[in-house]
Design a protein around this ligand. Structure first.
Ligand code: ATP
Length: 358
């Protein structure tokens, strides 16, 4: 498994529907063995992209490459790729064995070898071998998910595509399967390309996340990097709760709306208040300041609402007609902030990031 050689490459991939551009000349390289998650709001082009990759639709322009070979000219049923759908598309009245073996049967693999492979896959997916004769409609949702994965792996595809496979499941099962899928990815060493609405799912499982916006990749990188250093306001907001302070270049080199600033600290971090830029700070980086305590950026407001988020508590801090600030405080046993309390807040230049555009 080489991390360097791209197994899949898209070059200028374009898809139009009657003049509407659903996929806008995208380029992408995916390394062999990588787990890439593609996320984006509804209508951003995720399904359009995956349909081209598996051969369910044809591009308007551009090319798709599997290593050094054109993939987009290969018929769908001959591509060394496989797709796992949300609906799973299993045959409910057939047995688990028949379902897993289906792609092998199409490829005319003999019965003995098919069964051997099906049992191997049941083991890989940690399902008991006696499930081989059980009918799909006698299996639970989580088991069906594993069977669909076993079927996808049956003919040893080079790349597995997933289209929201967990979105219909309840939270606990989803969490379990997220871990299993990640584990399966590591054990098989296959390349996984995974479409999801859920950023959390993408963060838990993938090596890199590609964020789609209006038919293009807005940013691609490891989850932590995109979270900490989003290139645009769109990505910053997509990646979870965030505080964004619009730049006020007319008021000073480091002036951001509603903040008092230590100019020296801001200058050291290169936080220049350019037109159209925002200063970003994530809620967990904002501190409630003690009397006399300093911070590079400070502001003040009134505690409005508090919500418990497991180990942390999130508050909205009202600041007159400016957007409320979101802060998160780890629950360390100290009493929660009182509704209506006046607080001074601060954060350090090193915990911020300059977002350059919308
Ligand atoms: P969702 O998360 O809701 O599934 P998506 O990111 O998968 O959204 P796509 O289904 O790829 O989005 O759609 C991208 C855009 O292309 C949308 O504006 C959609 O209306 C349009 N589109 C998709 N398929 C067709 C089609 N067959 N004819 C016309 N327009 C289409």
């Amino acid at each position: 498994m080489s991390q360097n050689q791209p197994i899949l490459r898209l070059a200028g991939l374009l898809k139009k529907f009657n003049g509407f551009t659903a996929l806008d000349s995208v380029d992408l390289s995916v390394s062999e063995g990588e787990f890439l998650a593609i996320v984006g709001p509804s209508g951003s082009g995720k399904t359009t992209l995956i349909r081209l990759l598996v051969g369910m639709d044809e591009q308007t322009d551009g090319t798709i490459w599997l290593r050094d070979e054109r993939l987009d000219t290969v018929p769908a049923n001959e591509r060394p790729t496989c797709m796992v759908f949300q609906s799973l598309a299993l045959f409910p009245h057939r047995t688990v064995g028949q379902n897993i073996e289906f792609p092998l049967k199409i490829r005319k693999v003999d019965a003995a070898r098919r069964k051997e492979r099906a049992l191997e896959l049941l083991n890989l997916l940690r399902l008991p071998e006696h499930y081989y004769d059980r009918r799909i409609n006698e299996c639970s949702g989580g088991e069906r998910q594993r069977i669909a994965l076993a079927r996808a792996l049956a003919f040893d595809p080079e790349i597995l595509f997933f289209d929201e496979p967990l979105s219909a499941l309840d939270y606990r099962l989803r969490k379990t399967l997220e871990k299993e899928l990640k584990d399966l990815h590591q054990r098989t060493g296959k390349t996984f390309i995974y479409i999801t609405h859920s950023l959390e799912e993408a963060m838990v499982m993938s090596d890199r996340i590609a964020i789609m916006r209006k038919g293009q990749f807005e940013q691609i990188g490891p989850g932590e990097e995109i979270y900490a250093r989003p290139q645009s306001r769109f990505v910053a907001e997509f990646m979870g709760e965030v505080n964004l302070f619009p730049a006020r270049p007319g008021e000073g080199a480091h002036a951001f709306e509603g903040l008092a600033v230590d100019d020296k600290a801001a200058a050291q971090q290169g936080l220049i208040a350019a037109e159209g830029a925002y200063l970003m700070v994530r809620p967990e980086k904002v501190r409630v300041l003690e009397e006399g305590e300093r911070a590079d950026f400070t502001t003040a407001g009134t505690v409005h609402a508090g919500y418990l988020l497991g180990s942390r508590r999130q508050y909205e801090i009202e600041r007159g007609d400016q957007k409320p600030l979101i802060i998160e405080i780890v629950q360390d046993g100290s009493p929660p902030l009182a509704d209506g309390a006046r607080v001074r807040l601060g954060f350090d230049a090193g915990d911020t990031h300059l977002v350059e555009r919308d």
